[in-house]
Design a protein around this ligand. Structure first.
Ligand code: HEC
Length: 135
């Protein structure tokens, strides 16, 4: 019986893959608040440790431009950038606002995540804020 249960657990995690939101909650949420309004951010600015994730996501989406506007390609490039940034944050290729870096400093590398977890959280960041405004 126990064997069946653990086998089922392994099977379902294989089928469902890694949940990006869970990865976010464990590894990113302590610094990046998931969602807030711009006015709220201004009020709480001094208490924040990093830009809210909604702002990060929208800023990166705006900055990554591809000529043929293919959504899948755009999402893929976004994922590659974020997946790499998690382990290799670097002042030389930041896309967020220079003022954010001045205020918060450069992000520290997040250790201990597998490639799959980094990919899942990066896709989650992209998909979470589809059709969401930051204003
Ligand atoms: C200890 C705090 C902290 C944690 C934890 C953290 N970040 Fe950050 N992150 C920052 C700060 C500060 C910035 C703004 C400065 C910068 O861009 O490096 C930032 C910026 C970013 C950026 C924008 C990069 C750019 O081009 O400027 C992305 C994307 C990002 N974080 C993703 C993540 C993800 C995904 C996680 C979780 C796996 C995570 N962060 C965890 C502090 C954190």
């Amino acid at each position: 019986m126990l064997k069946t249960i653990s086998l089922l657990g392994i099977l379902s995690s294989l089928l469902l893959g890694v949940d990006g939101y869970e990865v976010y909650k464990k590894n990113c949420a302590s610094c990046h608040i998931e969602i807030m309004k711009k006015s709220e951010m201004m009020k709480k600015f001094s208490t924040l440790k990093a830009p809210p994730m909604i702002q990060v996501a929208l800023r990166l989406k705006e900055n990554i431009i591809i000529k043929n506007e293919d959504e899948d390609v755009h999402r893929h490039l976004f994922m590659l950038f974020v997946k790499d940034y998690i382990v290799n944050p670097n002042i030389d290729y930041i896309m967020c606002h220079p003022q954010a870096v001045e205020t918060f400093g450069i992000m520290k590398s997040v250790d201990g995540l597998s490639e799959e977890e980094r990919r899942a959280v990066a896709y989650w960041v992209y998909d979470r804020y589809e059709d969401v405004d930051f204003e």
